[in-house]
Design a protein around this ligand. Sequence first.
Ligand code: CAA
Length: 394
Amino acid sequence: MTNTISIGIHDLSLATTQFVLPHTELAGHNGTDVDKYHLGIGQRSMSVPAADEDIVTLAAAAAAPIISRHGTDQIRTVLLATESSVDQAKAAGVYVHSLLGLPSAARVVELKQACYGATAALQMAIGLVHRDPSQRVLVIASDVSKYDLDSPGEATQGAAAVAMLISADPAVVRIDDPSGLFTADVMDFWRPNYRDTALVDGPESVNAYLQAVEGAWKDYTEQGGHALGDFSAFCYHQPFTKMAHKAHRHLLNTCSQDTDADAVGRALQHTTDYNAVIGNSYTASVYLALASLLDHADDLTGKTIAFLSYGSGSVAEFFAGSVVPGYRTHLRTASHREAIDSRRPITYSEYRKLHEHSFPADGGDHPVPEETSGPYRLVSLTGHKRIYEALRHP
Ligand code: CAA
């Protein structure tokens, strides 16, 4: 159940935003019992981008430490997956390529299928490395999750990026064959081109996710994948962390196994820590679950990890990874914690102002206030062009 050569995640790095809105603030504004957020959906706070942060600055901030550790020489492909694209034509990864100083001899493309896109990118990267094991592929998942103010989805916003270097003989996690695949045409969550906030049918989206878990698992078993008992941990896409609990309970039910809270809790242990305080990061969410697991669990050497990637609309993939001996020396636990802990808490009214910000579409010169202390910032929208700058290279 492995590739003929070992291919997978050689390095993994996350970035998140300048600001954070605690759910206590949101509950204070809308009169919701905060336990609904803390216990009901399993969220404590959500990352909020500064005016001069977006998916490009987050992506560059996540990827820069990988470039400074490994250099750029073998990277000939950059795949950036996002639901919150900043342009209908130009790939966000091209801005990132420039900010990071990557070589011109590279292909850069953007992938989209709601929250699933980064898993498509990962699998494509594996194919490219398989064809030429001397090459490495930079895969970046970067998203800002945005729903309407005062809507049910509002409590499930967030923002983050995860960058992964995919290579032969990976130092962190080997990605194994086969994958279990599932696609169904459903309208559970979507964002028409003229909107900057997502539309969602909440109950339908939860149901569609559970159907996708079942469908992807069924295909995984038919393709000859691992038995359920082989997995030491399960990394789920987490629009809110309680969704991972619902998903795992559903998987256990599908496999006619005990679904007590302890069994579910054990399977998900450490995979929800980052998502509970960052919120939904769409494409990055399942890889934040992996980062959280690797950063917090006791030694996982040789263990098999399950991944369930779900993107509304919908596409899902169930696959496995094996943790590589020596992985711990390659982790970035301290900088991940620093990125999360250094966010500045904001009030509800500060959050609302940021949420309501949008650029005039008149082609004028629209500078953006300097707010981020991150390494990259959006300087302005000038003549319909987004202008970025590198403040420093981490
Ligand atoms: N104390 C403890 N728990 C409480 C509570 C309280 N005071 N009040 C309510 N709860 C519990 C409820 O019982 C419920 O638990 P269960 O799900 O176990 O029944 C939970 O809190 C949520 O309550 P509601 O269902 O009443 O909440 P809601 O109507 O506000 O909607 C939501 C919740 C549907 C998730 C909504 O936030 C939403 O639409 N979010 C965006 C869509 C989404 O994330 N969908 C997930 C699947 S789609 C996907 O995964 C793709 C993606 O990234 C978007």
